[in-house]
Design a protein around this ligand. Structure first.
Ligand SMILES: *Cc1c(COP(=O)(O)O)cnc(C)c1O
Length: 287
């Protein structure tokens, strides 16, 4: 199964712009958990693969785009734990480093049109008729079992007032919010998609509480970037040694920085940002 290999360390960010008004920003290095089952994907898969094994399934079936961190993580975890893996990939048959990692780990890829991809249950049920002992995992590993793994992100209070993570499906934030509330830490999310206000309800449905999500730091939409975002991520890498991927964690840290500049936080707030990994996705941005 997927017990956590270790508790990831927390690094303080020593950059003047991150320490205005006595505010401190620290970053929990979940990106260290595993290079391919990266960051939150390890946590999100932990109880999903346990459930699959309990149900005596041996074939994990999931869904994603052509650059999905979730699919690479699933392919690797499947190989580690001796599950077969199949993924429905949205869009035309393409080749890229992410899908090549999936194939290298033995994942069976089925490319489907954007139209067909919308009906995941139907795709899964057709597939399950012809294959034995299959187990359905939603796109991005979203859902309650995924969130359950994320309720283990924070291990102790250590004086933090806030914790922040990037939001795709909101599954990580939902688990983090349940986790943080035990330590009276306020959890908030930075959404990386445009026009995704509906996620607030998804998060509330799982977490059972209202969790603030900032919807103005998506830089144009999912996987979109701006020159400011990329130069921020480079500056951050060059002055901390910490890589941020342009799709999730750069938007997270740039969002936190902008909130600091807007005096959103009380003086002396202590913020714990979660580095959810995703660094393989950087290879498309680096030139
Ligand atoms: C998948 C991913 C997320 C999004 O997590 P959700 O639980 O879907 O909100 C955040 N950060 C990174 C690096 C990811 O790969």
């Amino acid at each position: 199964m997927l017990p956590l290999p270790f508790n990831p360390p927390i690094n303080k960010i020593f950059l003047p712009e991150f320490s205005k008004n006595g505010v401190e920003v620290h970053i929990q290095r979940d990106d260290y958990l595993h290079p391919f089952i990266s960051g939150n994907k390890w946590r999100k898969l932990k109880y999903v693969v346990e459930d699959a094994a309990n149900k005596k399934c041996n074939h994990l079936v999931s869904f994603g785009g052509a650059y999905s961190n979730h699919l690479v993580a699933l392919a690797c975890a499947g190989a580690m734990l001796k599950f077969k893996t199949t993924a429905f990939v949205r869009g035309e048959n393409v080749n890229n480093h992410m899908l090549n990692f999936c194939k290298w780990y033995g994942m069976n890829l089925i490319f489907v049109s954007r139209e067909a991809f919308k009906n995941k249950i139907e795709l899964y049920e057709e597939f399950a008729k012809k294959n034995e002992l299959t187990y359905f995992i939603d796109e991005g590993g979203r859902g309650e079992l995924g969130a359950k793994g994320c309720t283990e992100i924070i291990k102790e209070k250590t004086g933090f007032t806030h914790t922040f993570c990037a939001v795709g499906t909101g599954t990580t934030l939902a688990g983090l919010a349940i986790n943080a509330s035990q330590y009276s830490i306020k959890a908030e999310g930075i959404c990386v998609l445009k026009g995704a206000e509906g996620i607030n309800q998804d998060v509330e449905n799982i977490a059972g509480i209202n969790v603030p999500i900032h919807h103005n730091f998506h830089a144009g939409g999912y996987a979109k970037t701006t020159p400011e975002l990329l130069s921020f991520a480079k500056h951050f890498a060059q002055n901390t040694g910490i890589l941020l991927d342009q799709i999730y964690t750069a938007k997270l840290m740039f969002g936190i920085l902008q909130l600091i500049n807007q005096n959103y936080f009380e003086p002396n707030s202590k913020i714990l940002a979660i580095h959810t990994g995703g660094l393989l996705g950087m290879l498309t941005a680096i030139e």
